[in-house]
Ligand binder design. Structure first.
Ligand code: COI
Length: 332
């Protein structure tokens, strides 16, 4: 059995090598290249493909995999929004993801960023570098006094809720699917409008779909409390960046932590050498603001998560090849 693993980063390689040692019945071929039209040929002759990338898995690539007889594609991440679902289905390609490599990693980072915003750490760090050790005017706020509105109560949303509750915040949530346990606790509001009007902090944990693209737009911001904090460790497409910039300018949004950005592909996880060379003016607009924390999609990036992404995806691909079955199959 042969699996080709694409886009293997240096930090993933030791885990892949270990998995390979533990699975001597599988021939593993790995490459740092992403899976696209120019690299798909490498998969010819393999039984399955394991990948992670943010750039699209196009119809052309999926048709090529289909023409090689490859039926199993296992992603090392959770989001499946970059797969051409029609092409995958047309080629009979089964797709798995890793739905829970570490929900806690993302939740912990999200709350870390919120605490940094509330305690004005950007401002105090800057002031201290300038020799200014004064307190005022940068007085902080306390999470235990706030209502946090969690959008989507999947694994990551629920992990974040636990931490918010640990801090003593009131937590409310919106989701189309209600988790029975949370339902019993009366945590759900019925509409996003209710969540907007009641929340001091809005914590986004939804996948990107056609329906929720630019969910946070001018209209949504207008329904929120003045000075609301926005956290987006989920998907850039959930926020209309221009609307966010307007809401920051007007003071409607008091602070934002964005670990995802709608145009991040090709920008995040790249070294441009200097701030000026970052090729995205809107992103730089956000990065220059002291009440905005931009991070390059690193909420997931922990040793445990990376290990699990490699192991769970390789296990899923092997299982598909052996039996056609996996508990990580995605309904595209
Ligand atoms: C995902 O798992 O879908 C993520 O967003 C994390 C990714 C950058 C590895």
């Amino acid at each position: 059995m042969k699996i080709v693993a694409y886009g293997i980063r240096d930090d993933e390689k030791p885990y892949l090598d270990k998995w390979s040692d533990e699975n001597p019945d599988v021939e593993v071929q790995s490459t740092g290249d992403l899976l696209d039209e120019s690299t798909v040929g490498l998969a010819n002759g393999a039984d399955g493909v394991v990948t992670y990338q943010q750039k699209p898995y196009t119809a052309e690539v999926l048709d090529k995999l289909g023409s090689f007889g490859i039926k199993f594609l296992s992603l090392r991440n959770v989001g499946v929004d970059n797969i051409d679902a029609t092409a995958a289905k047309r080629n009979g390609i089964k797709v798995t993801n890793v739905p829970a490599y570490s929900p806690e990693a993302i939740a912990e980072f999200t709350v870390t960023q919120l605490m940094r915003l509330l305690r004005r750490t950007n401002t105090f760090d800057r002031k201290q570098k300038d020799g200014d050790l004064q307190w005022a005017p940068d007085i902080a706020e306390e999470l235990n006094q706030m209502t946090v509105g969690v959008v989507a109560t999947g694994r990551i949303g629920r992990a974040a809720m636990k931490i918010y509750e640990g801090f003593g915040a009131k937590v409310i949530a919106y989701d189309v699917f209600h988790n029975p346990e949370l339902e019993k606790q009366g945590i759900y509001v019925d509409t996003m409008d209710e969540l907007y009007s009641q929340s001091d902090v809005i914590s986004l944990h939804a996948p990107a779909t056609k329906e929720n693209e630019h969910m946070l737009n001018d209209d949504a911001f207008s329904k929120m409390k003045d000075g609301v904090y926005i956290l987006n460790p989920a998907r850039g497409a959930l926020i209309d960046t221009d609307a966010l910039i307007r809401a920051l300018d007007s003071g409607k949004v008091g602070g934002a932590a964005v670990d995802t950005y709608e145009n991040e592909v090709g920008i995040f996880n790249t070294d441009f050498g200097s701030f000026d060379k970052i090729p995205d003016e809107r992103l730089k607009n956000l990065m220059k603001r002291e009440n905005v924390l931009v991070s390059p999609h690193i909420a997931f990036y922990t040793k445990r998560a990376v290990r699990n992404m490699v192991y769970f995806a390789m296990d899923a691909n092997k299982s598909l090849i052996e039996s056609g079955k996996s508990d990580k199959l995605v309904d595209l």
